[in-house]
Design a protein around this ligand. Structure first.
Ligand code: ATP
Length: 773
């Protein structure tokens, strides 16, 4: 009861008794979803039962077990599903569902949250629609009494999609798909070095019977030469097309070849395309030394990525809210995500759309199959083809529409900067633009040789960037220097190198640089060109976007670090680690990492730290450790942003905890520092880098051949691309500077993630000022 949260506790008559289960194939992040459901149910005042082994658990009362707060401790960092999953034949039939209904009523459960694929969700909805009939039959047969069924007249069903394939319609991502993609990327990155050494070709088979998401995204994020997906087989002679593209890449000097084949790949006539088939073509016709790697169940394994932990957690909380909002009339919802926004969709519509993809494929209606997937998927496919097929005459723009586009990195390195640059260059070359590398930021551009400006400027070539898809850091060099340090030389260099459009990649410094260039347009004609910024910073503090490249890589690096130290803390059982995170004056990294690792407290600059908060937290820790017994003892993590408070530094907090602990437990402070920039960029940063970079160049293209007057009048001629809620938006700098930027604290005025902070606190059980428990 102490975990119930005063501010969100619901009145007793509205409380539900919720069952949660995982069903179908397992996926990383399912445990995080169960944890979120369990803890938010308890915080709201509801009882919650874990139904073990999927629908099998509904048929066996001993597999329906009440869960408490502690029972899901540490689950965020555990792969697979700890309550088990199974395929249950009996549940397909009404007699099986009759037994399930009886067991649920006996347990008093009136709402079911099912985490699984389309099959599991179909089963759940069928169960709900039959529910009144099942209860009547059970009463008639004397297995239940009227009194027993009266309180559970309606069964609420809420679906969450747990599936590594990302095969559910009406959601951008399913729980597990990005962790699975991470496994694939790790494998392909590892294969890369041996392929390069021996100039080999590798054919890699990935999962996906009716869904090519994993294969396509693996292709986008690893820079594979060719990808086969079930929804969109190549028209006509795919063998020749594949050979042509691979030979083109080889003729440009590429030493390795990677072809990715989805399990369900086939040609237009539905003849299966197997890795062996592809290998034969590469070996016999192209004389490439070719090997096959089938990744198999490795793709289901390993720890959940930061994104899956976040998705699972936020969706789990939303699922409980959906249960509480449900009425007998509302259709069952499934919790989804569009870009960055958690939403609800009608469950059966999503299931029907998902199942119709398989039907469309069977009917060889591939355009329909593509259209039934989310719009983002089709866009990724187009972009992948455009950035791979660089020699395609139909993509080439007429001469007067082509631009010399400067590409510059500004600020600290962030994962995805290179992937974005690679994609932009490949797209530019395909369209006939001239991509130009401006090395080492603005100071590099303004480099002098004697009196003469001699910028570090060079035309890109395809081969140079080809291997950058999985490279961390910044290959063209990045620098924090701003154009205002030498505006004259900056303008001179723009003229000297004939820069007709500018693509900036970077964080708040890049934002400031773009603002300076826009203001300098009045004085310098050289800056009257289209300019766009793709935010890239681990701090994720650029106005105009809820997401910056590199922030996902950072969270993944940080959760790995935190998982490791928590393990050490748990081994000694009596230790708190206070971890200092980067982020400048933005608490994004601390808060999201806190959400992903289940930190007991998160300190941010936005909220600050005062003595009352500190006192409450110390009391809470002492209370928690006094309750920890036996197997349930665990180490604890506190995350503190580097600028959360001048007084309560990371070390001071650790010292205060130590004093309060009076020897009953220990506290240490740690500073992971630049570890947070991560090594290889995460798959999410890679794929978003590709998509957003191409969109940036497409935006610059719209200004080609337009007058200066048009450019100056168009608000988005200096703009930031970003993800805002459920969409990708290009926002003009003038608007952002005036209305959306907190210049003093170098962050957006309204940070979207602030709304997540109460969730972090709720799920850790941390008491708030308004809680009296
Ligand atoms: P995955 O994406 O991993 O295949 P899934 O949820 O689609 O996940 P299924 O094997 O189709 O996996 O379904 C899991 C379980 O859900 C089944 O074993 C069965 O118990 C139940 N189920 C599936 N479809 C139905 C249905 N039409 N009616 C009743 N129960 C069903």
């Amino acid at each position: 009861a102490s975990r119930r949260r005063a501010s969100i506790l619901i009145p007793p008559e509205k409380r539900k008794c919720i069952g949660v289960m995982t069903s179908g194939g397992d996926a990383q992040g399912m445990n995080g979803a169960v944890r979120a459901v369990v803890r938010s149910s308890i915080a709201r005042g509801c009882r919650v039962f874990g139904i073990h082994e999927g629908y099998e658990g509904l048929l066996h009362p001993e597999l329906i077990k009440e869960m408490d707060w502690i029972s899901v401790r540490g689950w965020l960092s555990v792969g697979g599903t700890s309550i088990g999953t199974a395929r249950c034949k009996d549940f397909y039939e009404r007699p099986g569902r009759l037994i399930a209904a009886r067991n649920l009523v006996k347990a008093g459960i009136d709402a079911l949250i099912v985490i699984g694929g389309d099959g599991s969700l179909t089963g759940a909805d069928k169960f709900r629609s039959e529910w009144p009939g099942l209860l009547s039959e059970l009463v008639e047969k004397g297995e239940l009494t009227e009194a027993e069924t009266a309180p559970v007249q309606h069964l609420n069903i809420v679906g969450m999609v747990g599936s590594i394939d990302n095969d559910m319609a009406m959601t951008d991502a399913t729980i597990g798909c990005y962790s699975s993609l991470q496994r694939i990327c790790e494998a392909v990155d590892n294969i890369d070095s041996t392929a390069l050494s021996h100039q080999r070709a590798f054919v890699i088979e990935v999962m996906g019977r009716h869904c090519g998401w994993l294969a396509l995204m693996a292709g986008v994020s690893t820079g594979a030469d060719f990808v086969f997906i079930p929804e969109k087989p190549f028209k006509d002679n795919w063998q020749e097309k594949m050979k042509e593209i691979i030979m083109k890449h080889r003729s440009l000097g590429k030493r390795k070849t990677i072809v990715i084949v989805a399990e369900g790949a086939h040609d237009e006539s539905l003849n299966k395309i197997t890795p062996e088939h592809v290998k034969t073509l590469l070996s016999n016709d192209l004389k490439l030394d070719t090997r096959i790697t089938t990744l198999g169940h490795v793709q289901r394994g390993g720890l959940p990525s930061a994104y899956d932990r976040m998705l699972a957690t936020l969706q789990g909380v939303e699922a409980v809210q959906a249960v509480l909002d449900a009425t007998p009339e509302t259709p069952s919802p499934v919790i989804s995500i569009t870009e960055n926004k958690i939403c609800r969709q009608p469950l059966m519509d999503a299931v029907a759309a998902t199942q119709s993809v398989a039907v469309a494929i069977k009917n060889k209606d591939f355009d329909k199959a593509m259209s039934l997937r989310d719009a983002e998927f089709a866009e990724y496919n187009r972009i992948y083809l455009m950035t791979t097929n660089i020699d395609s005459p139909e993509l080439r723009l007429p001469e007067d529409k082509r631009l010399r586009i400067g590409i510059i990195h500004v600020g600290a390195p962030a994962g995805g900067m290179n992937s974005a640059t690679r994609a932009a260059v490949a797209y530019c070359l395909a369209r006939g633009h001239k991509p130009v590398a401006l090395h080492n930021g603005f100071p590099g551009l303004c480099r002098h040789h004697g009196d003469k400006p001699l910028g570090s400027v060079r035309d890109f070539d395809w081969l140079e960037v080809e291997g950058w898809a999985n490279q961390g850091g910044s290959e063209i060099g990045t620098n924090r220097g701003l154009p205002s340090e030498d505006m004259n030389t900056t303008a001179t260099c723009f003229e000297k190198y004939k820069i007709q459009a500018l693509f900036l990649i970077g964080g708040f410094e890049a934002f400031t640089a773009l603002s300076e260039l826009r203001h300098a347009r009045e004085k310098y004609a050289a800056f009257r060109i289209p300019m766009i910024l793709l935010p890239a910073t681990i701090s994720n503090n650029v106005p105009g976007s809820e997401y910056s490249l590199g922030s996902d890589t950072c969270l993944n690096a940080l959760i790995q670090y935190c998982d490791a130290i928590r393990q050490s803390a748990s081994a000694s059982r009596r230790r708190v680690f206070v971890v200092e995170t980067q982020g400048g004056k933005s608490g994004y990294v601390a808060t999201l990492a806190g959400l992903c690792v289940g930190a007991v407290c998160v300190y941010t600059p936005e909220e600050g730290i005062d003595h009352k908060m500190m006192y409450r937290d110390l009391e809470y820790l002492v209370r928690e450790f006094s309750k920890d017994k036996g197997q349930n003892r665990a180490g604890k993590l506190i995350l503190r942003n580097e600028q959360a408070s001048d007084t309560y530094t990371t070390e001071v907090i650790a010292n205060m905890i130590r004093t309060a602990a009076k020897g009953r437990f220990e506290a240490r402070h740690v500073v992971p520092g630049h570890v947070q920039q991560g090594g290889a960029p995460s798959p999410m940063d890679r794929v978003r880098a590709v998509r957003l970079a191409v969109k940036c160049i497409q935006h610059l293209e719209t200004f080609a051949g337009k007058s200066e007057a048009h450019l100056m009048a168009e608000m988005t001629s200096a703009a930031v691309i970003g993800i805002k809620g459920a969409s990708v938006a290009v926002t003009g700098m003038e608007h952002l500077e005036k209305y959306e930027t907190d210049w003093k604290d170098r962050r957006p005025k309204n940070e979207f993630w602030i709304a997540m902070k109460p969730t972090v606190d709720m799920l850790s059980g941390r008491p708030l000022a308004e809680d009296t428990c």
